[in-house]
Design a protein around this ligand. Structure first.
Ligand SMILES: Cc1ncc(COP(=O)(O)O)c(C=O)c1O
Length: 439
């Protein structure tokens, strides 16, 4: 598998198919959009405008997704029910609040390839990571180590290190970090697998970001999880950049646990309620240690108000608090859309549009930059991370002046992410043209 960064001047082959005779014209991009069966979904979203009133080209859905139009109506319905019913809304609103999280039982499961009951929407991502680590990192004897990727999103590193500190242990001894080899930009999966085998019975947990936020590199979740299990360790995944971006089969891949945020590809709004997956073999074990709260208690006895916690089976048993209805309503609007389309169809479009973006960048070959994100199927999602040799911030600012919304990550990366629900070929072309100084 090629996991090496491609230089931007390489001829691009991609999931979009070969672009042997790439038509770079704006007319061609418009024709591709017109032929795209998922194109009407674009109108299900609110699109931002610049100060001059002109629509912006939004390629930042890997950071904050656009607002689904249906979100406003759903939030308003909840506000109306609150104003009309007050406390009675817990049981008598149109979507009774006491069971609101149940709306995600099937929607959430289908999104990430889980069984109903393995997924719950709650809290935010880092909180969920902490809650899951309490249950799934339980160092014993010499099996203490956590393996993660170097260059993980800082919150993940803070979470892991703080758990190690909380047990009076030293991250330098108990956390194994796997980074790219010297002179390389990407982590080789074989290096992760070798490190897992080498750690052997000292390894307690593998905890990796499914798609790296900076490079856009996607890891082989199933292979790495199997390697962790082969040495008796567990595998948990941060799917912040995977959920809504790549199809998943978390149940069949035997993943122990996973969590993700919902404000990126999942379009549920700033700080949206996050997701959490616990495989049923763990979820059914209600004796598993955890940090408990009343919403994780068996609903049959929850309101008996007794002092003893009896976990509800499934991921629901990790809930702490009653669900934040106003925050969950946009997530419901968004996941209903995902459910209508399906991740496989979305991913097929994503590969085509991101492949087209890659091909344009290769064709126009702007000097001084290269695509870091790997190209082979299964090694990337929608995002292309572009590293600039110099003046990266200025290049990012210039893209902004040309109406392209994308983001910058230290030290020199500009990330462009066509989100297949609302982006198309013309968006990809506009970004490539802006980056390469083309009309
Ligand atoms: C990979 C990854 N992990 C963790 C986080 C932190 O998420 P939150 O602020 O929702 O806890 C982010 C946020 O962007 C992220 O991209």
């Amino acid at each position: 598998m090629n996991t090496h960064a491609s230089h931007i001047t390489q001829p691009a082959a991609s999931g979009a198919g070969a672009h042997a005779h790439l038509d770079t014209s704006a007319e061609h991009a418009a024709r591709l959009d017109a032929a795209d069966p998922l194109r009407p979904l674009r109108d299900e979203f609110e699109h931002p405008f610049g100060e001059d009133g002109r629509p912006l080209t939004y390629l930042c859905g890997n950071s904050l997704g656009l607002m689904p139009r249906a979100a406003r109506a759903l939030v308003n319905e909840e506000l109306d029910d609150w104003s009309r019913l007050a406390v009675e809304g817990h049981l008598h609103s149109r979507r009774p609040w006491v069971d609101f999280h149940e709306h995600f039982r099937h929607l959430g499961a289908r999104l990430v390839g889980a069984q109903p009951g393995e997924v719950v929407m709650m809290n935010s991502l880092t909180v969920n990571l902490h809650l899951l680590m309490v249950s799934f990192w339980r160092p014993e004897g010499k099996r203490t180590k956590i393996l993660m990727e170097r260059g993980a999103f800082p919150s993940d590193t803070y979470a892991v290190h703080s758990h190690v500190h909380a047990r009076g242990l030293d991250p330098a001894k108990h956390v194994i970090e796997i980074g790219p080899r010297s002179g390389e930009a990407l982590i080789r999966e074989e290096d992760i697998l070798d490190a897992i085998r080498e750690a052997g019975d000292t390894l307690a947990l593998v905890m990796i970001g499914g798609v790296n936020y900076a490079t856009g590199q996607a890891f082989g979740i199933e292979r790495i999880t199997a390697a962790a299990h082969a040495v008796g360790a567990l595998a948990g995944w941060d799917l912040a950049h995977w959920a809504g971006n790549l199809p998943a089969r978390l149940h069949d891949w035997n993943v122990d646990f996973a969590c993700w945020c919902s404000y990126k590809y999942l379009n549920a709004g700033p700080g949206a309620v996050a997701g959490c997956f616990v495989h049923e073999r763990h979820g059914n074990n209600i004796a598993l240690p955890r940090f408990a709260g009343w919403w994780g208690n068996d609903p049959k006895t929850r309101f008996a108000m007794g002092p003893e916690f009896v976990a509800r089976a499934g991921a629901d048993g990790w809930q702490l608090s009653n669900p934040p209805i106003m925050a969950l309503a946009p997530l419901l609007a968004s996941l209903q859309l995902f459910d209508r389309v399906g991740m496989d169809a979305l991913h097929a479009k994503s590969r085509a549009v991101t492949g087209y973006l890659r091909a344009l960048l290769a064709e126009w070959a702007p000097p001084g930059c290269r695509i870091v994100t790997p190209d082979a199927p299964g090694t990337h999602g929608a995002q292309l991370s572009i590293a600039f040799e110099r003046d990266a911030r200025a290049r990012h600012a210039e893209l902004g002046r040309r109406g392209i919304v994308c983001d910058f990550r230290e030290p020199n990366i500009v990330r462009l992410a066509p989100a297949p629900l609302y982006n198309g070929y013309a968006d990809a072309r506009a970004a490539a043209a802006a980056l390469c100084g083309r009309p």
